[in-house]
Ligand binder design. Structure first.
Ligand code: NAP
Ligand code: GDD
Length: 349
């Protein structure tokens, strides 16, 4: 019999890829979406799955709506991906970030505990938990030292997931995912900001690219591969926590350089670094060790760094060219002309 999944955060990057992946496995897929003034279904449309999923209005900050979503969907598996996921914004809105990313997960765990304990639960944990890293590469046993309200909210959900597993025997798992990117990445994240700007600069639509800390290093993987890891974690014979990463680390500057190389331009002619794009507190280096997930679940990343950069730049170039030819398609970039008017907090004052 086919399984049923409930995805929170189905309108985001990972939610949309996961929905497509699970549909391919024969799952019935439900997702919660929140009421906002302009509906945000472009990723589900872009991946061609909008008509194949069932959407339930709910909000992570409203437990009654989550209860209704679980009651209606009767899931075998819940993937808790919904979050205020932008680290920078968590310094501006720490309470809202804690309510959604930290308390929201507890609401879902409580619902499962009271309603149906055999529902499997996946928590979208993050490499941001490591913050100021205590060792490199980071493993499942590395000490957490979070550096943002986002990371602390995620620490709350990480530990509650573990506690509900140990205290109530729930099949509750953390995927400690390192950064993963794609052409449907949110446009404010650095990789997509770069790929979108490179495409625009190549086509003469933009003159420069202003970034913050070019020296920060991340372990960047390809999102469609990472959602498979989420599923594998819930198919394991026991509930557990796994690091999911590529094992490599690269700087923002390297990403910029390769992105401009892809369109035969020199980044030094276009890129500036401005303090206003820096964070009050930074995570300087992330590099994950994926040994455990490789060994126990057989999951391995395939797409290498340079290939990822090319996939993203090619996709944005193609979309801007199609737009110039008057073609219509689901897309976010037109609604986000840039960050000029958005007040920035900048580095520590
Ligand atoms: P994303 O693109 O920002 O998507 C976040 C999703 O959460 C969106 O569907 C968003 O809905 C939804 N959401 C936000 N607030 C909500 C609320 N109050 N109630 C219900 N839904 C809400 O994030 P992502 O990159 O797909 O990441 C998925 C998850 O993995 C997040 O929890 C993130 O923190 C975590 N994570 C991501 C990475 C990464 O590199 N991508 C790495 C580690 C962990 P709207 O569309 O309405 O905004
Ligand atoms: N967004 C952004 N914009 N980041 C910049 C910029 C800029 O103009 N310039 C430099 N950076 C640096 C940031 O300071 C950070 O060190 C790095 O680029 C990556 O920033 P983001 O792409 O915003 O991602 P993140 O690493 O902070 O967070 C993402 O990955 C986490 C996993 O490690 C998000 O997806 C989180 O939700 C996720 O948990």
């Amino acid at each position: 019999m086919s399984k049923t999944a409930l995805i929170t955060g189905i309108t985001g990057q990972d939610g949309a890829y996961l929905a497509k992946f699970l549909l391919g496995k024969g799952y019935k897929v439900y997702g919660i979406y929140r009421r906002i003034s302009t509906p945000n279904f472009w990723r589900l449309q872009y991946l061609g799955v909008f008509d194949k999923v069932t959407l339930i209005p709910a909000d992570m900050a409203d437990m009654s709506s989550l209860l209704e979503a679980v009651t209606i969907s009767e899931p075998d598996e819940v993937y808790n991906l919904a979050a205020q996921s932008y680290v920078g914004a968590s310094f501006d809105q720490p309470l809202m970030t804690t309510a959604i990313d930290g308390v929201g997960a507890i609401s879902m765990l409580e619902i499962i505990r009271h309603l149906k304990r055999d529902i499997k639960f996946y928590q979208a944990s993050t490499s941001e938990l490591y913050g100021t890293v205590r060792e490199t590469p980071q493993t499942e046993n590395t000490v957490f030292w979070p550096n943002s309200p986002y990371a602390v909210a995620k620490l709350l959900s990480y530990h509650n997931t573990r506690i509900y597993r140990e205290a109530y025997d729930l099949f509750a798992c953390n995927g400690i995912l390192f950064n993963h990117e794609s052409p449907i990445r949110g446009i404010e994240f650095v990789t997509r900001k770069i790929s979108n700007s490179v495409a625009r600069i190549k086509l003469g639509l933009q003159k420069e690219l202003v970034l913050g800390n070019l020296e920060a290093r991340r372990d960047w993987g390809y999102a469609p591969e990472f959602v498979e890891a989420m599923w594998k974690i819930l198919q394991h014979n026991k509930p557990d926590d796994f690091v999911c990463s590529t094992g490599e680390t690269h700087s923002v500057k390297e990403f910029v350089e390769h992105a401009f190389d892809n369109v035969n331009l020199n980044y030094k002619d276009f890129v500036k670094s401005d303090k206003s794009f820096m964070r009050p507190k930074e995570v300087e280096l992330l590099q994950g060790d994926p040994t455990k997930i490789k060994k126990e679940l057989g999951w391995e990343p395939k797409t290498k760094f340079k290939e990822l950069v090319k996939i993203m730049v090619d996709a944005d170039l193609d979309r801007w060219k199609q737009h110039q030819e008057g073609k219509m398609f689901p897309w976010d970039a037109l609604n986000y002309p840039g960050e000029m008017n958005i007040l920035k907090r900048g580095p520590k004052k």
